[in-house]
Ligand binder design. Structure first.
Ligand code: FES
Length: 79
């Protein structure tokens, strides 16, 4: 499995605490030994600010992310 997780680093998603998501993703990848299989990158504004914070896993966009939703999605997509 080689996946790419892109976290929107635009100002609106930043204001909506996207950095918390980055920390949680890093922890998740580390805990599950996925750091070699999943790339975590930043993304420019995804043009969906009003529904942020947004992340993308491969080509699928996930909006209105919070910690609980993120962990659920990571489990579904990566495990
Ligand atoms: S800043 Fe994230 S979608 Fe615009």
């Amino acid at each position: 499995m080689n996946k790419i997780i892109a976290v929107c680093m635009g100002s609106s998603c930043f204001a909506r605490k996207n950095t918390i998501l980055v920390d949680l993703i890093r922890e998740f990848l580390s805990e599950h030994n996925l750091t070699d299989k999943v790339s975590l990158v930043g993304n420019l504004c995804m043009d969906n600010c009003k529904n942020g914070p947004n992340i993308k896993i491969d080509n699928k966009v996930y909006s209105e992310m919070d910690s609980v939703k993120l962990i659920k999605i990571l489990n579904e997509e990566l495990l």
